[in-house]
Design a protein around this ligand. Structure first.
Ligand SMILES: N[C@@H](CCC(=O)N[C@@H](CS)C(=O)NCC(=O)O)C(=O)O
Length: 278
């Protein structure tokens, strides 16, 4: 369903004439094949997205939500297989995809694979400066804010009171107390090793507030992250921001995000445009 925003409309269902374009220009194709002078067949197979099941009415994994959002933004057909088994994932983490029998892990590598094999690239029109901005913001979300989200859910007692009852419902009741303790302790050790848990909660959430400041400043200049068109960084940002403002984990992290109404508004625009009723 197209969504009207201040200055632009967004739809994950491209009108017929804007359906994914087959690109035959050799310089846009993988180098080895272009060198042979042959245009590879662009794949049309349905992508299977393997990701965690929903919690709180959405995908509570920022990386899974990022990839699902990108698939919707790109207008590619996909089916979802819910799983909690990371051991079956090619890189031991979710999400991964199965594409024509090939398993591919890591949301960013998956997006690169899909751009190359489907000939579709929401970032094609971006200049060097815009790509640099996208790269820096992606690192902010994936290599900084991600750990604060994990801290808010698994370490902060306020967040744990929402995480504990929501996350373990697929475990048999008798195993739940052990599962909760085991997984929480493992994540606490990871966050201590990564470093974020060595700070006081007010320090952690102040760091997040600076991230939100940067994101809000960027969003204030355009409808979407890099202008009036959706690009990959919008999918990245939605995976993380929605996982803060739209989940019932009431910690200093969410309170800091809610100080920026433009972030909430932008999440609503994204949700309405990409997840709204067809
Ligand atoms: N770089 C990976 C990160 C994926 C990731 O960290 N996934 C988390 C869920 S948000 C996961 O599978 N955690 C389970 C684990 O580490 O065992 C990507 O972009 O896909």
């Amino acid at each position: 369903m197209p969504v009207r925003t201040k200055t632009a409309s967004v739809s994950h269902e491209a009108p017929r004439e804007e359906q994914p374009v087959r690109r035959d220009a050799p310089d846009e194709l993988p180098m080895t094949m272009a060198e042979e002078g042959e245009a590879p067949e662009l794949r049309t197979s349905m992508v299977r997205l393997v990701q965690f099941p929903q919690i709180w009415g959405m995908n509570a994994s920022p990386f899974c939500l990022k990839l699902e959002t990108w698939l919707r933004l790109a207008g590619l057909p996909f089916e979802i297989r819910a799983s909690i088994n990371t051991q079956k994932a090619p890189k031991g983490k979710l999400p991964f995809i199965v594409d024509g029998g090939q398993e591919i892990g890591d949301s960013t590598l998956i997006i690169e694979h899909l751009k190359a094999t489907r000939g579709i690239d929401p970032d094609a029109g971006l200049d060097r400066h815009a790509l640099a901005t996208a790269c820096a913001f992606q690192r902010l979300f994936e290599d900084h804010l991600y750990y604060i989200i994990a801290y808010s859910r698994w370490v902060d007692p306020e967040g744990w009171s929402a995480t504990a009852p929501a996350y373990f419902t697929s475990l048999p009741a008798a195993l739940r107390p052990f599962g909760k303790l085991f997984i929480r302790n493992a994540i606490r050790r990871q966050l201590y090793a990564q470093g974020i848990s060595r700070h006081r909660p007010d320090e952690v959430y102040d760091m997040a507030r600076r991230d939100f400041e940067a994101v809000a400043a960027q969003l204030n200049t355009h409808t979407f992250f890099l202008g009036e068109q959706l690009t990959t960084i919008d999918a990245v940002a939605y995976g993380f921001l929605a996982n803060i403002v739209k989940v019932p984990v009431e910690t200093g992290l969410k309170r800091a995000a809610l100080e920026f109404p433009e972030l909430v508004q932008w999440c609503e625009t994204m949700e309405g445009g990409l997840y709204g009723d067809p």
